[in-house]
Design a protein around this ligand. Structure first.
Ligand SMILES: Nc1ncnc2c1ncn2[C@@H]1O[C@H](COP(=O)(O)OP(=O)(O)O)[C@@H](O)[C@H]1O
Ligand SMILES: [Mg+2]
Length: 381
C-alpha cells in the first residue's frame, strides 16, 4: 500500500470531509489530515513532506463563505466575483505550499480556475469538440454581459429566445435564471433567486417565476457585476413527466458513477426539489432511441473530464435532449462527488464503491491487491 500520507483541504465538520474519512477508514488507512479552509484563508496552513493532498469544497462553513465572498449572510447571492478571486488565490497558496513540501495534489489549480468560471469552462469544452449549449458569452472575443440591456438584446436573437443566464462563478443553482421571451416582448424568468423589496438577492430553496420585466431586469443588473454566462436553453429529456439530466462522476478519467436527476422545472439541482431518477430507465431510453449509453453519454463525460487532466475526480452535468438521443455537457464540477450512498457503475472498477472509495482506489492502487484490505461498500440507494 502507498505509504504517502493523505491530507484533505476542506471543512472539518462538513459532510464531504466526513464521507471521505469514512472511505479512508473503511480502507484500513489512518485518517487523512484535515487542513481547514479557515486555516488556509488565515495564511496558517502547513503541508507535510510527501503528502497526497485532496482539495475539497470550501462550502458548508458560513465563516469561510464570509471570508471568501465578503457577505455576512451566506444566503445572499452577491459576491461570487470576489469569491472566485479569493478562492483561486487560496488554491494557488495551497499548491505552492504542497509543492514546497514535496507533496502531490489530486486537484489541479489551473483546472479549478477554469471549472469555477462557467464562461471559460464552456469555451474549453467547446474547443475540445464537445457538444455544449451554444453560448454568445464564452468565446475569446465575446463581449461581457453587462446587465439587463445586453441580456434583453441577446434574448431577441434566434436560438436564444429561451436561454439560461448564470453567474459565471456560481454553483448549486445560485444566481441561475431560465429566461423565456414570448409574444409582445413578454419575458418570464424561472429562478432560485428571491428578490426582497430592498433589492437584496437571496438564494431560495423554492424555484419561483417572475414575469415583471422590471423585476427580472433588476435581478440581472444586480448579478451582472459578478460576471454572467449566457447559453441556449436546451429542451431536456423527461422521465415520468419531470425534466431530467445526469450527473456523471469520473475518476482518473473514467466514468464511474451516474445518477439521473429529475425536477418539475428546468433546474434539476437536488436541493431545489430535484430527485434521483431511474438510471436503468435512462440507459434503456438511450438504447431505444438508437443511441449508445457508453458512446453517446459516458464517453462524452470522459472527454469532458480529459479537459481537466490534473484533477482526479470531476462531476459532469450531462443534459439529454428531448428523446434521449443527443447529449450536451451542461457544466463540469470540481466538487461534484457528493452523492452519498451512490455506488459505481456495474462493470467498472468502481462497482460497489462510493465516489470517495473509488477515488482512494485510483490513487492507492496497490491497496486493491491486498485481499485483507477492507473495502468501502455502500448499499444501493
Ligand atoms: N443550457 C441549459 N439547458 C437546459 N437546462 C440547463 C442548461 N443549463 C443548465 N441547465 C439546468 O440548470 C441546472 C443548473 O445549471 P448549472 O449550469 O449546472 O449550474 P450550477 O453550477 O448552479 O449547478 C442544471 O441542473 C441543469 O439541468
Ligand atoms: Mg450544476
Amino acid at each position: 500500500m502507498s505509504a504517502a500520507p493523505l491530507a484533505v483541504v476542506g471543512n472539518p465538520a462538513g459532510r464531504r470531509v466526513t464521507l471521505f474519512q469514512e472511505a479512508v477508514r473503511a480502507r484500513g488507512l489512518p485518517p487523512a489530515r484535515v487542513v481547514a479552509w479557515r486555516e488556509v484563508l488565515d495564511g496558517g496552513a502547513v503541508f507535510h513532506a510527501g503528502e497526497t493532498v485532496r482539495i475539497d469544497s470550501p462550502g458548508e462553513d458560513p465563516e469561510v463563505e464570509r471570508l471568501l465572498r465578503g457577505v455576512s449572510d451566506p444566503t445572499r447571492v452577491e459576491g461570487t466575483g470576489r469569491w472566485y478571486r479569493r478562492f483561486t488565490e487560496a488554491v494557488d497558496a495551497v499548491a505552492g505550499a504542497v509543492a514546497e513540501a514535496g507533496g502531490r495534489l489530486l486537484t489541479g489549480p489551473a483546472d479549478l480556475r477554469v471549472l469555477f468560471d462557467k464562461r471559460r469552462c464552456h469555451q474549453v469544452l467547446e474547443r475540445a469538440g464537445l457538444p455544449v449549449p451554444p453560448s454568445p458569452t464564452s468565446g475569446p472575443a465575446a463581449p461581457p454581459v453587462r446587465g439587463w440591456a445586453d441580456v434583453r438584446e441577446l434574448l431577441a436573437r434566434p436560438g436564444l429566445r429561451r436561454m439560461f443566464v448564470k453567474l459565471a462563478h456560481g454553483s448549486s443553482a445560485s444566481g441561475v435564471l431560465a429566461l423565456e421571451s414570448g409574444p409582445g416582448g413578454r419575458v418570464r424568468a424561472t429562478t432560485s433567486v428571491e428578490r426582497l423589496p430592498s433589492g437584496a438577492l437571496h438564494n431560495s430553496l423554492h424555484v419561483r417565476r417572475y414575469e415583471d420585466e422590471r423585476v427580472i431586469g433588476a435581478v440581472v443588473d444586480a448579478l451582472a457585476p459578478d460576471g454572467l454566462h449566457v447559453e441556449r436553453w436546451l429542451p431536456k429529456a423527461s422521465q415520468r413527466g419531470r425534466s431530467a439530466d445526469l450527473r456523471v462522476v469520473t475518476v482518473a478519467g473514467r466514468a464511474t458513477h451516474a445518477v439521473v436527476r429529475t425536477a418539475p422545472g428546468p433546474m434539476t439541482n437536488l436541493h431545489l426539489g430535484g430527485a434521483r431518477g431511474d438510471l436503468d430507465a435512462a440507459v434503456a431510453a438511450v438504447g431505444a432511441a438508437g443511441g449508445s449509453w457508453e458512446h453517446d453519454a459516458l464517453a462524452v463525460c470522459e472527454r469532458a473530464a480529459a479537459a481537466f487532466p490534473a484533477t482526479l475526480c470531476v462531476g459532469v452535468d450531462l443534459l439529454p435532449a428531448t428523446g434521449w438521443r443527443r447529449f450536451a455537457v451542461g457544466e463540469v464540477n470540481a466538487f461534484g462527488d457528493l452523492l452519498p450512498g451512490l455506488t459505481g457503475l456495474p462493470g467498472t472498477t468502481a462497482a460497489g464503491l462510493d465516489t470517495y472509495a473509488a477515488q482512494l482506489d485510483a490513487v492507492l492502487p496497490s491497496a486493491r491487491q491486498d485481499p485483507h484490505a477492507p473495502r468501502a461498500t455502500c448499499p444501493r440507494p
